[in-house]
Design a protein around this ligand. Structure first.
Ligand code: GRF
Length: 216
């Protein structure tokens, strides 16, 4: 099964996926492309250093808008979808990807719109996302810090991470894997963050395996 992974930063979750390829935790999956919206993302280096090396691509939003006057963020999202779909993926994974993909992207990956006018539409390519919070808890950015602060204030009693299907509403798709992360009073943010990332590295692989097992 052909997998494409989107990253924006260090790519530690990508690394977990690379390490799990063709092991019992992620059987018959091959990462055929790593895509980033940031040229400096270390995840691109991880892809290049994998054995065998994984092809990479990158397209940043601001340079795209500058070099395409009149184009919008939606056009950028559609362009990203076109780049990814050219690899005929069976699964698209957002792992440490820090850009909200709007309907310009999803209408193409969902097969609701053909890649080019007049063409037939394609099948649905599932898109999943890793989010370091429990369903409905801290949607959006900085979820780890926000959960840590809320816990210290006694506003929440549990924390965790999830992998969910990507839908239009940010971090609101059907959860595929949810795992609690231990959090104690007085835990430093660093200690909590360390546990969050360890748990992310487990569930990103479980989430990918679960969706790939669904597809024929
Ligand atoms: C992770 O917490 C991920 O959920 C968030 O960015 C952090 C780093 O991810 N979006 P990675 O190391 O780049 O995979």
């Amino acid at each position: 099964k052909r997998v494409v992974v989107l990253i924006s930063g260090s790519g530690s979750n990508l690394q977990a996926l690379i390490n799990a390829q063709n092991t019992p935790s992620l059987p018959n999956a091959r990462i055929v492309r790593v895509f980033s919206n940031r040229k400096a993302a270390f995840g691109l280096t991880r892809a290049a250093q994998a054995t065998p090396p994984i092809p990479t691509a990158y397209l940043a939003l601001q340079p795209y808008l500058k070099s395409h006057p009149g184009k919008t963020r939606d056009d950028y999202d559609a362009e990203v979808a076109r780049i990814l779909l050219a690899d005929n993926p069976d699964l698209i994974i957002l792992a440490g990807w820090m850009h909200i993909l709007g309907d310009g992207f999803l209408e193409l990956t969902d097969g609701r719109k053909p890649l080019n006018e007049g063409e037939p539409t394609r099948g649905v390519v599932p898109v999943i996302n890793l989010h370091p919070a429990l369903p409905g808890a801290f949607d959006g950015a900085n979820a780890i810090e926000r959960a840590h602060e809320a816990f210290q204030k006694g506003e929440i009693t549990r924390a965790g991470v999830m992998v969910h299907r990507v839908v239009k509403d940010v971090d609101r798709g059907e959860p595929l894997v949810v795992k609690e992360v231990p959090l104690e009073k007085g835990d430093s943010l660093e200690a909590f963050e360390e546990r969050v990332h360890e748990t992310e590295h487990e569930i990103i692989v479980q989430g990918a395996a679960k969706v790939l097992a669904e597809s024929k």
